[in-house]
Write a protein that binds this ligand. Sequence first.
Ligand SMILES: Cc1cc2nc3c(=O)[nH]c(=O)nc-3n(C[C@H](O)[C@H](O)[C@H](O)COP(=O)(O)OP(=O)(O)OC[C@H]3O[C@@H](n4cnc5c(N)ncnc54)[C@H](O)[C@@H]3O)c2cc1C
Length: 414
Amino acid sequence: MTVTEDAPLTDEQLRDRVVTWLRDNLPAPWVEAIDTGDDQLLARARPQVEFNEWCARLGEAGWATPTWPREYGGGGLEPGQARVVNEELSRYKVPRSFNVIGIGMGGPTIMQWGSEELKHRYLPPMAQHKEIWCQLFSEPGAGSDVAGLSTRAERDGDEWVVNGQKVWTTLAHVASFGMLVARTDPDAPKHKGLTYFVVDMHAPGVEVRPLKQMTGDAEFNEVFLTDVRIPDSHRLGPVGEGWAVATTTLMNERVALSGAGSSGGDNVGGGPVDALVAAAKAGGAWSDPVLRQRLVQAMIESRVLKITNFRSAAARKSGRPAGPEGSITKLFQAEHNQRLQNLAVDVLGSAALAWDQNSPVGGSVRGFLRSRANTIEGGTSEVMRNILGDRVLGLPREPDPSRNAPWKDIPRSS
Ligand SMILES: Cc1cc2nc3c(=O)[nH]c(=O)nc-3n(C[C@H](O)[C@H](O)[C@H](O)COP(=O)(O)OP(=O)(O)OC[C@H]3O[C@@H](n4cnc5c(N)ncnc54)[C@H](O)[C@@H]3O)c2cc1C
């Protein structure tokens, strides 16, 4: 059974269908653990599920990308219905693909700008966790002002030859494909001379060097591109229109990072706020009036985030693509999660020094450290505020003296 095989379902029918599929596909002890709330049984059942095989099965059934059209491996559901699906997947605590750059950003971009051939080739394996994707936008000399990037793509017959360096490229070390923005016309103003490509990360000339971060993980990388050849058929959108295509990716990135694409505000970052409240009650922190006030404030923020995400999903349901409201939730989610992580350290005390979120003492200094990135990744909070001032509040645009100058004449350090 897949997501829908027939006429539109009511929310309750859909919920039944998800639950039936989960109960048919999960090992029996897993289902029993959920039914009885037995976390120890669940921990014993987890090894019975092989991660890659499970993600593929979830994707093949359409549950990993419920709103994508069925012909591209999705579930063909409305955004509101996707929430029902995600609620049940969360309730059953099933593993989910980490291919979020593909599913959350690459997929919608290919859907909007790609040829039919590219859509059929790339979307199903992306949904099924069979091909991981990365985003090759930022460079050492271009982050917030990514339109100023220097990586060059030059036409050679039916191919493009790419040279340059990217940085901060999350998942590049495991990616099969990347979304690449490169400069094809240095004489044009910076936003006009860009073109967008799909690049094979295993092509000759692509070198990936992992960067270690303070959590000890190496989730992002430097990527060096030397004479990398990309067929013109792997271009998304017209030559010179790469900024418009990149904007589609960036709008969807903000939505993906705000939690709007998942089940909402309660499951973000270091775990549900409710779990922290329970820990505060068990450990005595709840009797401290200042901590209690901060906990209640965190609960309110998480509800506000959830409701704002519902609103933005409803707007998309009515046919509007992801718009600047993604910047509101991206900004709010990033700062809320940092406040929440700080609060968790204060509530848990020395237990917060435990490294693993699943440790018996319940802390997670790792989550605290990782949350520092929230206000940088996907556009910094300062940049989100600029976008909101400019596009939502209608304030005067930030001055940019280089905006209309040919890119090659703009002073740069590298
Ligand atoms: C965990 C993580 C994962 C990432 N993954 C990816 C990825 O997969 N792919 C990818 O392409 N990129 C990725 N990035 C890069 C990210 O998009 C950039 O770090 C971000 O856009 C900021 O760019 P920058 O680091 O060059 O900082 P800069 O742009 O140099 O900014 C430095 C400081 O100046 C401020 N600033 C800059 N311009 C303005 C302005 N106009 N007004 C006010 N303040 C300003 C910034 O807010 C910041 O505080 C990732 C970053 C992180 C932290």
